[in-house]
Design a protein around this ligand. Structure first.
Ligand SMILES: Cc1ncc(C[n+]2csc(CCOP(=O)(O)OP(=O)(O)O)c2C)c(N)n1
Ligand SMILES: [Mg+2]
Length: 548
């Protein structure tokens, strides 16, 4: 048995089913061990996409996704994915090769100190120096990656350790872990705060989206009947169609949902992670904040909670609801604001303008996505519109990245979602900028025979930055580019492609794309003039009633 065989056995022991990556010659022993294993090697066309896929596996399942690269250049291509998983709290294990460490037959060719490079981008970065340590290091890697707060771990396996003889070392078995729940004193304090609140509001943050939390969280909201809003990454944690949903804080202030936030006297912030762009700005005169989380809150200039409920969030919320159910006469104090907030958000959703406006695109996408359909966003202007306007009904059905907020992750994330949920509709939404950062993965998607529709929004620009440039009074400069013919581009990958030619064309085109199966690229021209009209002018104007 070689070190590589022991590594792969240890990965099987963790339940790993797929490894995503681009191998190099330093990985050949590992690749050969994978060939003989139950794990499938999914070759991508760029390591960055492999890392985005592995991270999204972690995000959607709670179990670390695994990606693989060679040393130096390949390993460096994993770094953006590492940061994506670190900021987004997604469990992932990255395995990279390295030249032999027992002798230096190629001197320093391709050698980069990847452990040092990965240290600030991971929860743990480690070079394996002896085959005998592989079982315990792999178990530790998965434990660290998956425990709260989840994130990426890097293991470097030098080629002579991978190819060297490994002793018979037993694997380390996994076991279920139940986290401690919040302390009774903290539960009492939290219950008292909520009982005293005149206008309470629940906020669901990024950690509210952990896959195992969905049921307990929905129960908590239903039992207490306190209206809730969510951050961008907390979207979909509780049924968005519920009568208690007040909106999504896609901007930090002055959006319609802030009418409720500004009037609240207590915000119960469940799972807020300050990696997200602030959903509201705390100040001395604002509402009190109760932080409910797996870990204590981080204190920031704009977030400094007044009380904390720390522990396994699901069971802790159940204990809190046990203390409060039926006792909150003012639970719904802010609910009266709901209809108007949602009505304002829904305006222009069916406008017949062509090119299509973002509100219409979000509306039409919602029409063709079933409740359990999954939309994965890349990063661009449309993210704000989807976060504000797209209603979710099932947990983790709108995947967006409001943490690293990197371009290029939309398509790989959607590919992972389609692999994990082959019977659900999966849609990637990308701008023409972000799509072209990883569009080569269309070949991977085709090879994997995924069912996946990619919606490419064309404004021939880095629209989001162009909008900020204009909003900040800069001249329109440096943000535009040309595009390939996307329909022809899809065909070049032996895929189907279509272009939406009218305002009413989006729904039937998407329907046909999903009905046809396989990978389908739909491109739609977008009119971004609404960015300025709504997100700047309207929200700044007096039209916004009760503006603080
Ligand atoms: C990797 C990366 N590079 C640059 C940025 C900065 N950035 C954020 S949005 C954006 C423009 C996105 O353009 P596009 O994908 O076409 O979407 P649009 O805003 O035009 O809809 C840029 C350059 C980023 N977030 N990530
Ligand atoms: Mg664009």
């Amino acid at each position: 048995m070689k070190g590589a065989d022991l590594l792969v056995a240890a990965l099987e022991n963790e339940g790993v089913q797929h490894i995503f990556g681009v191998p190099g010659e330093e990985n050949l022993d590992v690749v050969d061990a994978l060939r003989r294993s139950r794990i499938s090697l999914v070759v991508t066309r760029h390591e960055q996409a492999a890392a985005f896929m592995a991270a999204t596996h972690g995000r959607l399942t709670g179990r670390a996704g695994v990606c693989l690269s060679t040393l130096g250049p390949g390993a460096l291509n994993l770094t953006t994915g590492a940061a994506f998983a670190l900021l987004g709290a997604m469990p992932m294990v990255m395995i990279t090769g390295q030249k032999g460490i027992l002798s230096r037959k190629q001197a320093r060719f391709q050698v980069v100190d990847m452990v040092s490079t990965m240290t600030p981008l991971t929860k743990m970065a480690h070079q394996i120096v002896s085959p005998a340590t592989i079982p315990s290091i792999v178990r530790e890697a998965f434990r660290v990656a998956q425990q709260e707060r989840p994130g990426p771990v890097h293991l470097e396996l030098p080629e002579d350790i991978a190819g060297g003889a490994a002793p018979e070392v037993p694997l380390v078995m996994t076991h279920p872990i139940d986290l401690p729940v919040a302390h009774p004193a903290a539960l009492e304090r939290a219950a008292e705060l909520i009982l005293k609140a005149e206008r309470p509001l629940v906020m669901l943050g990024a950690a509210a989206n952990r896959p195992r939390l969905a049921d307990a969280l929905s129960d908590f909201v239903k039992r207490l009947q306190i209206p809730f809003f969510n951050t961008q990454m907390g979207k979909g944690a509780v049924a968005g169609g519920s009568e208690l949903y007040m909106g999504t804080a896609a901007l930090s202030a002055r959006d319609y949902v802030h009418r409720a936030i500004d009037r609240a006297d207590l915000i119960i912030a469940i799972g807020h992670d300050t990696v997200e762009k602030p959903p509201f700005l705390m100040g001395p005169d604002g509402p009190k904040v109760l932080h409910v989380g797996y870990l204590p809150a981080t204190v920031e200039e704009v977030f400094f909670p007044n009380a904390e409920l720390v522990g396994d969030v699901g069971p802790s919320l159940t204990l809190l609801a046990d203390r409060l159910e039926g006792k909150l006469s003012r639970a719904g104090a802010l609910l009266g604001l709901r209809d108007e907030i949602l009505a304002r958000i829904a305006r222009r959703a069916t406008e017949a303008r062509y090119p299509l406006i973002p509100q219409r695109i979000v509306h039409d996408v919602r029409q063709v996505m079933p409740e359990d359909g999954i939309v994965c966003l890349d990063n661009g202007m449309y993210k704000i519109w989807f976060a504000r306007n797209y209603r979710t009904h099932v947990a983790n059905t709108l995947l967006l990245d409001n943490a690293l907020a990197t371009m290029g992750a939309g398509l790989p994330s959607a590919m992972m979602a389609a692999m994990l949920h082959p019977t659900r509709r999966v849609l990637a939404v990308c701008g023409d900028g972000g799509f072209m950062m990883n569009s080569q993965e269309l070949e991977t998607a085709a090879r994997l025979r995924l069912n996946l529709v990619v919606l490419g929004l064309q404004d021939y620009a880095f629209g989001m930055i162009r909008w900020k440039q204009a909003a900040d009074g800069f001249a329109d400069f440096g943000m535009t580019f040309g595009n390939p013919d996307f329909v022809a581009y899809a065909r070049a990958y032996h895929l189907k492609g279509s272009r939406v030619e009218s305002a009413d064309g989006l729904v039937p085109t998407l329907e046909a794309a999903f009905a046809g199966g396989g990978v389908h690229l739909v491109c739609v021209p977008v009119d971004y003039s609404e960015n300025m009209r709504v997100l700047i002018d309207e929200l700044r104007s007096d039209e916004l009633p009760n503006q603080a």
